[in-house]
Design a protein around this ligand. Structure first.
Ligand code: TA6
Length: 283
């Protein structure tokens, strides 16, 4: 057992990344590809779903963990689905900051020849991971380093690990405006969301925390008001069968709860800065 937080470069799934550990046993691993957290252990349990069928080839989107979707959400624009940030290598921005009970690591993706093939603007993005006992906060920052304004949408597309999706309830969204992307129907959120089939809905974000309730325990999910939406996604059995990078029964073990900006792009003037975060806490 370590006595102080530690951080070191570490390979997993054949991919380069960083491992952060706290004295009490909590830890995370983040891949350089996409600055994608692929494991977060808290309270002795893995809290993130990661598909065993992900290709791990250093460039194809990884199915699971916390994909950073930037600068486009889904297919709402001309870019590849969910943008390019999840396909490109990010780099540590500065040495990790380590305390007795916390570890912080920032990774950076700046405009390059690779990003300009998709998207012309100059930008500087940073993802900061703050690991504390029972808690993980993920903060995305975007700086417009271009002479012109830039606009983006996106998400922290978190895949939460669940024991059995049939036993999961997600509360905290009651009454929020809801767009059901499967039925293309607008309505309002039920008191507690249950998941029996394909579920793909975009909500106006709630000011209160969401609670993911399972027989094994609860997880509290918060997001900054700078993300206008929360997206909740589970492919259900039929859609899951069509996803080559998911096991047939994989949908049973995951639920995506995403801090997102879907409908209304964020526009940054030249030199302007934006940040948005999601915080996950074991309770
Ligand atoms: O956030 C939900 C969503 O946009 C769904 O519509 C679904 O397609 C999902 O993301 C996964 O997208 P991906 O490109 O990772 O397969």
């Amino acid at each position: 057992m370590v006595e102080r937080a530690t951080a070191c470069p570490a390979l997993r799934h054949g991919q380069p990344g960083w491992q952060l550990d706290l004295p009490g046993g909590d830890g995370l691993w983040v891949a350089l590809q996409g600055a994608q957290v692929l494991s977060w252990v808290a309270g002795g349990r893995e809290r993130l779903y990661l598909s065993p069928r992900s290709p791990f080839d250093g460039k194809t989107a990884i199915r699971g963990g916390i994909p950073v979707c930037f600068p486009q959400f889904n297919l709402r624009g001309p870019l590849p689905k969910h943008g390019f940030a999840r396909n490109l290598p990010w780099q540590p921005d500065a040495p990790p900051v380590l305390g007795a009970q916390e570890a912080r690591l920032s990774l950076r993706l700046a405009a390059s020849a690779a990003t300009r093939t998709f998207w012309p603007p100059a930008f500087d993005a940073r993802l900061t991971l703050l690991l504390e006992p029972g808690q993980l906060q993920i903060t995305l920052e975007v700086n417009n380093t271009d002479a012109e304004p830039l606009s983006f949408t996106g998400a922290l597309h978190t895949y939460l690990a669940v024991e059995d999706i049939a036993a999961v309830r997600l509360s905290g969204l009651a009454g929020q405006p809801e767009w059901d992307a499967v039925a293309d129907r607008h309505g309002h959120a039920a008191d507690a969301l249950r998941f029996h089939d394909e579920f793909d809905r975009v909500y106006a974000a709630a000011a209160r925390p969401l609670i993911l309730q399972e027989p094994q325990g609860r997880l509290r999910i918060e997001q900054s008001p700078s993300f206008a939406n929360t997206v909740v996604w589970n492919p259900g059995p039929d859609k899951c069968r069509t996803l080559a990078d998911m096991p047939e029964q994989g949908y049973r073990q995951m639920l995506c709860v995403e801090a997102a900006q879907v409908m209304q792009p964020i526009t940054l003037a030249s030199g302007a800065h934006w940040q948005g975060w999601q915080r996950l806490s074991v309770s």
